[in-house]
Write a protein that binds this ligand. Structure first.
Ligand SMILES: Nc1ncnc2c1ncn2[C@@H]1O[C@H](COP(=O)(O)OP(=O)(O)OP(=O)(O)O)[C@@H](O)[C@H]1O
Ligand SMILES: [Mg+2]
Length: 360
């Protein structure tokens, strides 16, 4: 493990912003901290960088507890959202800045800068000023500045949030490719779950100063530990519907006589109201008259698929159909559940409930 976070907490005055945070970052991994605004991601990253001090717990880098180690002795480079480039310096001077400050010989700096520029495709822009660059190019310079230091780890705080959607997509791929080339350990903060899904080896999902779940992107997608992770990971988000599990553990009733029969699985609870988690892609059109009907509220035709919002009494469902049949507001759709897509959560705690496979 390159970086170990153990029982770390942080309070600002009376306000507790991080509680009992523990996770490890394997050497060479790309770990993403994701969660809603204000959940404490930046504070945690700043503590790893050494800009902020933990109120409790320990942070170790390469086997050494660094709680009392100055940022400049942690051998870590941080890339921020706003790039923080020096406007009066050229790209080359910006990239070499930290080496210049350290008194590294000029020839060595030029070599390090040239190498990083080559990797980042900035070779032809080295003499420009930041104001003469596009947003994506500025972001690359900010990364170049981190790379020339050859740190043991890179920390990124929402580095793409100032870019438009298309450029963000491109830079995502570039940062991943860069990570593979350098083999460097990276911790990357975002509140964008798509970034987390597409870039991470490991995702740490946070909410309200706590860790909700840690795992590989598809593990979180396929087996969310609770209803928060279920609704946060995946786009469009997972539907969460209140349903009553029948006494026979076969039926899920979601009001007004609408009932789904479960096929092949049985919840571990009976006769109880729970949250059914079902992704929009796992609601399928049905011709079985026993399946429940919902009423279409709105339809977006996206070409490859239609994104539909439908109502079942007071509960709203999102449905994604890979199908071009004309569907209009007011239409009734009969729906069935894809068995592999069924998740059940405790109504109060949101914690995932067990379900067992049974003969269909
Ligand atoms: N220096 C500070 N003094 C007091 N409170 C702070 C300080 N820094 C952060 N906070 C509070 O700590 C909480 C977590 O802030 P933080 O910046 O870590 O959130 P975040 O997850 O990075 O959010 P965002 O996605 O909006 O960047 C917030 O409630 C914030 O107001
Ligand atoms: Mg932040």
């Amino acid at each position: 493990m390159l970086i170990e976070i153990e029982n770390v907490s942080k309070t600002f005055g009376e306000q507790s912003v991080l509680r009992d945070i523990s996770f490890s970052v394997p050497k060479g991994s790309f770990t993403i901290l994701v969660g809603p605004s204000g959940c404490g991601k930046s504070t945690l990253l700043r503590m790893i960088a050494g800009i902020e001090e933990p109120s409790g717990g320990t942070i170790s880098i390469a086997g050494r507890v660094v709680n009392d180690v100055e940022p400049k002795h942690r051998d870590i480079a941080m890339v921020f959202q706003n790039y923080a480039l020096y406007p009066h310096l050229t790209v080359a001077q910006n990239m070499g800045f930290s080496l210049t400050m350290r008194g590294v010989p000029k020839a060595e700096i030029a070599e390090a800068v040239a190498k990083a520029a080559e990797i980042l495709g900035l070779t032809n822009l080295l003499q420009r000023k930041p104001s003469e660059l596009s947003g994506g190019q500025r972001q690359r310079v900010a990364m170049g500045r981190a790379i020339v230091r050859e740190p043991v780890a890179f920390l990124f705080d929402e580095p793409l949030s100032n870019l438009d959607a298309q450029l963000r997509g491109q830079m995502r791929a570039e940062i991943r490719a860069l990570h593979r080339r350098l083999g460097a350990t990276s911790i990357y903060v975002t509140h964008d779950q798509v970034e987390a899904m597409t870039m991470a080896d490991q995702i740490v999902v946070m909410r309200g100063g706590r860790v909700e779940q840690i795992g590989a992107p598809l593990d979180l997608y396929d087996r969310p530990a609770n209803s928060f992770v279920a609704s946060f990971i995946g786009s469009p988000g997972m539907n969460l519907l209140r349903v009553r599990v029948g006494e026979d553990r076969r039926a899920l009733d979601f009001g007004a006589g609408r009932t789904w029969q479960l096929n092949g699985i049985a919840p571990a609870v009976a006769g109880q109201t729970v949250l059914l988690g079902i992704r929009p892609q796992h609601l399928l059109l049905s011709t079985n008259p026993d399946d429940p009907e919902v009423v279409v509220e709105s339809v977006e035709q996206l070409g490859a698929e239609q994104s539909i919002i439908a109502l079942a009494d007071d509960q709203r469902l999102s449905i994604v159909l890979r199908d071009r049949r004309p569907i209009a507001p007011g239409d009734r759709l009969r729906l069935t559940l894809e068995a592999e897509g069924v998740h059940l959560f405790d109504l109060d705690s949101g914690i995932r409930l067990r379900a067992e496979a049974v003969a269909a």
